[in-house]
Ligand binder design. Sequence first.
Ligand SMILES: Nc1ncnc2c1ncn2[C@@H]1O[C@H](COP(=O)(O)OP(=O)(O)OP(=O)(O)O)[C@@H](O)[C@H]1O
Ligand SMILES: [Mg+2]
Length: 372
Amino acid sequence: MITWSLAPVWLIDFTGSLGMIIVSTMCLMTTRAMARSFPENALVNYLLWFTAAIFAFSISRSAGHILQHILYFTGHSAVWKKLSPFSGSINTITFVVIGSVTLYFRRMETIMKRMARDRDKISNFSRELLELNKDIETIVSDRTRLEIALRIAHEVRNPAMIIGGLVRRMNKNLADDSPESARFKQIQEQVENLETLVGKLDLPAKKGSGSFSSLDLNVLAEEAVDAVQAEADRKGVIVFLDRAAAPLIFQGSRHLVKIALMHILRNSIEACDGGDTIQVITEAGDKSVQVRIEDNGPGIPQEMVTHIFEPFFSTEEGTTGIGLPYVKQIVEDHKGTIALAGGREGGTVVVINFPPLLGELSRTQTGDRAGG
Ligand SMILES: Nc1ncnc2c1ncn2[C@@H]1O[C@H](COP(=O)(O)OP(=O)(O)OP(=O)(O)O)[C@@H](O)[C@H]1O
Ligand SMILES: [Mg+2]
């Protein structure tokens, strides 16, 4: 039966339902266009889903209402009574599906954000690994060059000096104009050439790998500690960094100074046992910027300290013994100094000073410690 007094309400519901379908269709078309332009954008995909869900809901809800009015107007209200529970259930199911998929999308968005963060982290790691790899390649090639040069120098210099000395002495006993003396002089000349050549071979790093720039010793100490951290962790050795609060600026090759610090740290790690500690302290010295590497390992016997910077001096099996000579050469190329001593409670202390960049010292001396 039709109640005409309710006609305006029906009319509004009927047109409103049609309007709902039209508006939701327009929304769906807009987000579809957006999704075509940005197919991988999570937010746009979510909007597409949401408008599709609203569209489905508007169809299920509005189609039900429109059908209801048509059936009432055509005198088939009994049919609607039978259909209405189904229409209600379809609405409920549509609503539940919209709600759950929305929640699911929210979760997806969180997961995708986490994945993006992890991807950034991984690409940072791989960039660092590449850098480290480059550093390692340069260390290996520098060391190989140095080792070959030092070995030739070491093996050839001594015999050359002995031959030179003998020839000079033998020549003294000969008359200046004798043919033997002329030959001895030629030998002596060639030996001197050999000595000069060997002298040049001794200093390959002086040619320099990498240019000098303003560096902060704090930053280099931190980078060197980071680079050996995994090695220390494997051995159970604890490495502390106690860095000065103010920057410790000096001129140098970032690459070479870092290698030097890593060599010293590696020596300490090799000497220490699990549970031992290595402390890296940076500070402004009197007229220098300073880094101290202190360990509480077994220490270096006094009789060894005097030979420690000599090439091929080593107590370790399977090592070359050119680490510290190389470090010394790097430090001296930076017009710095290196000293090695016993620690207060045993162990070893290596102290390196670099001349600060002019005008920087007063600033570096004002800061407190930053802590490690
Ligand atoms: N912190 C330390 N504690 C105890 N001994 C040390 C320490 N640092 C160096 N040494 C001693 O000094 C020696 C020489 O060190 P150096 O770095 O020159 O050569 P290496 O470590 O033996 O070999 P390489 O560095 O060429 O692989 C070492 O064999 C070790 O006996
Ligand atoms: Mg070493």
